[in-house]
Design a binder for this molecule. Structure first.
Ligand SMILES: [Zn+2]
Length: 521
């Protein structure tokens, strides 16, 4: 059993409806992979009830730096070092700190009769993280990406979508090998964790290698092995088997079926995928209605929209995560409404702007029929980063612009899509996305003390419009500290960067000729 206490931290609260808020001076108790309690700092009884880290052997990772943990008088997470009206908790004096028997009585959980998860004598010590001056947010979710494409960052610029696929990306993907994918996925996991991303929803080739990188790094992932109909039935069967295999590998790994798109996978193969999804109880993650051009082409060639294709082939019935959906039309909404309990859409607006796709995801329409929407980056071959903060900001900006309504996509709406919406897109609606007892302990601690965030009038505005990935200090996934004081605890970043640099040129080499697919929706 492992136990972590995050002491004296501000906590972002995201209700299902209404305004998000920040609760100050909270203690977050984590046991094994879950949050077991969130209580006002120093509230009596919390230790007894939760078996949280106690005096015996608890390690404060930062040392006792009380002053750094101050809250200012307005209660917003403030510049470190300010000794505010509320007064900083000196962790050396706090209940549960190393070697100190606090005034309120640091109960040893192993001696507290009936305490759930009482600590046995042989258990390892808990860890106390000083959260003073920091804001705890639900770990971010990258709800649609192709993580190993970080290896192609900056290698396909200033191109329209046809040329981006046909002249760069699909010819480059001829070069994919298991090793190159693994190296790219390791770099991607490092980038995401350091930026507070605790879950990514991936769609790519050699997904077993991506799983290995995710398991090693400590991040959570839902992985969909990509396939095209052009690769043949054996390749599709192999992708199905990979999905099945990945779903049993690790508690942090889930798997989905990954047909590439409605325009690269035949209706017959989509039908077969839907049948497999229903039989195995899995979701289907795919690209559909990415642009209005794709919707128009589908209507001209087949007389139906891509969303109608998804319905006719049973994909919606099985349950789908639809990437982008910028070409979803009004008449598609009643169809999606019928499957709203199992349909989610991921929006990645930086990509739509960069490829000049003309439209962004119609989030307002999708929400009006009850479809959950998450936020993602898509691959770094077009997004250039896996920075979900950047994606969140882009959603707020592009949605206001799309609706010509500055009062739509408020701070609270945006944060709700980024947390609850993206958790739904990951297929983990009841597990992650909110900081509350019973949920997985996927937590990012953000330091808002840098000049670009100060002064703080509304911490929610900082999260949506000014925070940077580099403001993330500490990250937990499933209760494990995977980033501590801006350093990965699970991987050697120097090595990760060196191996990516060594191999990157082999991926973008176009001398092989050929392509894995041709874009002609
Ligand atoms: Zn994509």
């Amino acid at each position: 059993m492992s136990r972590v206490l995050i002491r004296n931290v501000s906590v972002l609260v995201v209700p299902e409806e209404g305004e998000c808020r920040v609760d100050e001076a909270q203690d977050i108790y984590v046991q094994d992979d879950r949050i077991v309690a969130i209580t006002p700092t120093g509230a009596p009884g919390a230790h007894d009830a939760t078996g949280a880290p106690d005096a015996r052997g608890a390690q404060d990772t930062r040392g006792a730096q009380g002053a750094r943990g101050a809250q200012d008088a307005t209660g917003t997470p403030d510049a470190r070092g300010a000794e505010g009206a509320r007064g900083a908790q000196d962790v050396s004096r706090a209940p549960g700190a190393r070697g100190a028997e606090g005034a309120r009585g640091a109960q040893d959980a192993s001696r507290a009769p009936g305490a759930p998860g009482a600590l046995g004598a042989s258990e390892p010590p808990g860890e106390v993280i000083d959260g003073g001056g920091l804001l705890a947010v639900p770990g971010l979710v990258n709800s649609h990406t192709h993580s190993p494409m970080v290896m192609m960052r900056g290698a396909a610029e200033d191109l329209a979508i046809e040329d981006w696929f046909n002249r760069r990306i699909w010819p480059m993907e001829v070069n994919l090998t298991a090793e190159r994918v693994r190296v790219g996925a390791r770099l991607a996991c490092a980038e995401m964790l350091l930026g507070g991303v605790t879950t990514f929803v991936d769609h790519y080739f050699h997904a077993d290698q991506i799983a290995a990188a995710a398991i090693e790094s400590g991040i959570r992932a839902d992985l969909a092995p990509t396939f095209f109909s052009s690769a043949g039935q054996d390749a599709i069967d192999a992708a199905f088997e990979t999905t099945r295999d990945l779903s049993t590998r690790h508690p942090r790994i889930t798997a989905s079926l990954g047909p590439h798109a409605t325009y690269t996978v035949t209706d017959e193969d989509l039908r077969r995928t839907a049948g497999r999804a229903r039989a195995d109880g899995r979701r289907i993650h795919l690209h559909a209605s990415e642009t209005e051009d794709q919707t128009r082409a589908s209507l001209e060639k087949h007389g139906v929209t891509p969303i109608q294709v998804l319905e006719q082939t049973g994909v919606l019935e099985a349950g789908a995560l639809i990437a982008h959906g910028c070409g979803i039309r009004e008449e598609d909404l009643p169809i999606l409404e019928r499957y709203a309990d199992r349909t989610t859409v991921a929006s990645c607006p930086k990509v739509y702007l960069k490829l000049a796709m003309g439209e962004v995801t119609p989030i307002k329409g999708l929400r009006s029929v009850g479809v959950d929407v998450g936020i993602g980056t898509d691959g770094a071959a077009v997004h250039n980063t896996l920075d979900v903060w950047e994606a969140i900001r882009m959603v707020a900006l592009t949605q206001k612009q799309r609706e010509h309504d500055a009062e739509w996509m408020t701070l609270s709406d945006t944060l709700r899509f980024a947390t609850r919406g993206s958790a739904a897109a990951a297929g983990l609606k009841d597990q992650i996305g909110v900081l509350e007892p019973g949920r997985q302990a996927d937590i990012a601690l953000v330091d808002l003390s840098a000049p670009h965030n100060q002064p703080i009038h509304d911490a929610r505005a900082a999260l949506v419009y000014s925070v940077r990935a580099s403001d993330v200090v500490t990250v937990l996934v499933a209760g494990q500290v995977v980033v501590r004081d801006r350093q990965l605890t699970t991987m050697d970043l120097t090595e990760v960067l060196a191996e990516a640099k060594d191999l990157a040129h082999t991926l973008v080499d176009l001398s092989q000729g050929g392509a894995v697919q041709h874009y002609a929706p």
